[in-house]
Design a protein around this ligand. Sequence first.
Ligand SMILES: Nc1ncnc2c1ncn2[C@@H]1O[C@H](COP(=O)(O)OP(=O)(O)OP(=O)(O)O)[C@@H](O)[C@H]1O
Ligand SMILES: [Mg+2]
Length: 362
Amino acid sequence: MQPADFHAKILIIDDSPESIAAAAAVLKTADYQLYVAVNAHIAMELITQQPPDLILLDVRMPDVDGFALCRQLKSQPVTAAIPVIFLTASDDETNIRTAFSLGASDYVTKPFKKSELLARVNTQIQLRQQQQNLQKAYQDLDAFCASVAHDLKSPLLTMEQLAAILQQDYADQLPPTAQPITAALATKAQETIAIVDHLLAFSRASKSALRYAPIDMQRLLQELYDELTAEEPQRKIEFTVGPLPIIAGDPILIRQLLQNILSNALKYTRYKEPAQIHFTCSETNREYIFCCKDNGAGFDMRGAHRLFHVFERLHSEREFPGSGVGLAICQRIVQRHGGSIRLTGQPDQGAECWFSLPKKPK
Ligand SMILES: Nc1ncnc2c1ncn2[C@@H]1O[C@H](COP(=O)(O)OP(=O)(O)OP(=O)(O)O)[C@@H](O)[C@H]1O
Ligand SMILES: [Mg+2]
């Protein structure tokens, strides 16, 4: 939440002193902190020194016009989220369309009605504050989640080790009725450690800086498949992959992405014989589109919107164990690379996991 004495900062960018005075007269009545730039160059300097909460931007200005400045602001991650309201004498429809296509939040024509300008500015400021509060709450929650997971890991590992000692070294001293209890203790400790590891991975997938490198997707998938199936050599699986391209991505995160998608395909086909898993790729000018198709348990599409939320699961723990974090991690990884992910399926007819990755790094 913003402190009670918070005054949103509004930057007016306009080359006409009369226009600046008219806008300032209205905005001062609402206790906003105002500052002014008379051209794009001064504006960029001010924005760097003191980022505003909102920009009021004229279209026609000498040298760099308002559209070019807006394009520049929206292309830079540090300034992209600052709302821009165009305040201009032109009510030309093409200009209005251009403004919104560049990412403007609103468009007000001069001469403006005072109450209208104030209402539109207030709305954008409120939206911006809500967005910042949400972002802050999200970051706090993430940090809390990571620290809880981190702090829980070590006592859980100790519990797992103690349960193993009980099972191995004291088995003959325990009454037979106590043995399933120690076994359950060991299993529950392992399951909780797996959840904690998933939460830590989720937090890392959101925070760690991306390090791009070439990744041979074909090789990586084959490697992961061999690793993931090593403990179940008896399963009958028809697995095909590719041809898949070499992409630019963060090798650690892309490995984690493929591992989660492939382990889902392996898990949800566990009652099918043979299981079928096909990994393919198509492309457009801008992106690669990967698809992992399986013939497993599938799911009801009515629950599809929940799949990417942490701890949301559509299958029972008894049938298919899991913590419900894998796809949330996948979504964060794909989004951080500038792509998108979705899952389609039908009950008992298998599922398809689609994800796109841009050809050019973000
Ligand atoms: N290939 C698939 N076929 C059918 N359902 C799937 C498939 N992949 C994911 N799901 C559904 O989406 C849910 C969320 O998947 P997610 O990978 O996040 O969790 P999980 O597999 O249950 O647990 P874990 O966190 O251990 O991966 C699953 O519980 C399952 O209901
Ligand atoms: Mg999973």
